[in-house]
Design a protein around this ligand. Sequence first.
Ligand SMILES: *Cc1c(COP(=O)(O)O)cnc(C)c1O
Length: 478
Amino acid sequence: MNQSNNNFLAQLPSIDELLNHELVQVTKEEYGATALTQAIRQATGLFREQFTQLDNAASLTRNEISEEIINNALAQLQTLHSTNLKAVYNLTGTVLHTNLGRAPMPEEAIQAMTSVARGASNLEFDLKRGKRGDRDDHVAAWICRLTGAEAATVVNNNAAAVLLVLNTFAQRKEVLVSRGELIEIGGSFRIPDVMKRAGAKLQEVGTTNRTHAKDFRDGLSSKSALIMKVHTSNYKVQGFTAEVAESELASIAHEAGLPFANDLGSGTIVDLSRYGLPHEPTVIESLNAGADIVTFSGDKLLGGPQAGIIVGRADLIKKIKANPMKRALRVDKLTLAALEAVFKIYTDPDSLNEKLPALRLLTRDEVEIAETAEILLPAVKSFVGTTYEVRVVDCRSQIGSGAQPVELLSSKALSISPVEKRGRGKSVGRLSEKLRSLPTPVIGRIMEGALILDLRCLEDANHLIRLLNADIHVDSTK
Ligand SMILES: *Cc1c(COP(=O)(O)O)cnc(C)c1O
């Protein structure tokens, strides 16, 4: 570094001077003096370090230098203050997408959550008796009414529900499960591992593709505590297969004096075929077949908040609730408020497919999705520019979260592909990155060198159109 550089650096604006600059003053309210000072100090340090590499350093005026430092500091603070967890457009075609937060919640549930979030609530307070209450009471009666179960309790998610059931009934004992049902669900939930953590020993029964009643009878021992069925929600065993009917499993368990538990996973409380969707096993069916305990998720087909719902025989639910682990797995007031609102919607099955967003999206008419595609098309075309071709295409959406993995729903998508075939993969990658960096990120899926935006979950295109129009178009060649 030469002498003139040293002189120049000595004359850099002071921290105080920068803090008093009008560009900084207007943001004082938002960021606070401490954060601003820290950011300005950092940006000044960075300017000093990088100063020698600037071609035009000597020609910069003092005010230009101040602005350069300030802009860097403010950009830093803006990034820091931007929300990390935010709303996105789920145009992946998977309606209940685990990585994108699963079920969209009904307005009633959102309102119920805000009203208890703002202040105190009767979460564990019995208003009639003026005494301590049980948080489960806000939803247990609803669940029982809707499923015909004797009793119910709610925990953090279905993984927690399974863990709690196993720990309550089978600690240091054996649980019989068919080999064909030793599932892994995304996010490393594996039945054998959960079993271990719950302190239970897995007694595998039958083979991967065929399990018979005799296998279960042979697997019973004095150490057996539970027979469990796990809904193979994210795959289907096809071909030469055999599984034991739920009612038969229930009888085998009951003859041995054991409870029979069924982990339904997605578990719905209505018959989806009524709305033109593939049939998923319902909680009621499972209870009627003789299950003593049924576990299912709140944010899969039920269409509510993340939760694990456990229903079944009153004496067993009582034991589950008495397990100290329940305290660690319990849900908060927001979840309970949302669940209560969701269950209320279920009281009128005729309007469920309009009022429950998850079901509304799953049953959305293909013609309506096609209309959305046509409305969105011009905005997407001008956003991507002439180096990409945009077309409306037929596609298939899936329910997601493990429900009916092999059944698909007819839908419409915008397919965006680079006109230039060379370097296609890279330009599609760049385009999807650009869409992901929008203020409300747009998430699609890449298939055969094209970006596919499945419009099943886009009910109102207007906001997205404004978002796209506000942004400059992308050039696939850059
Ligand atoms: C999804 C699923 C779970 C886990 O449920 P979460 O609510 O994600 O914890 C457990 N068992 C089955 C069969 C599932 O499909």
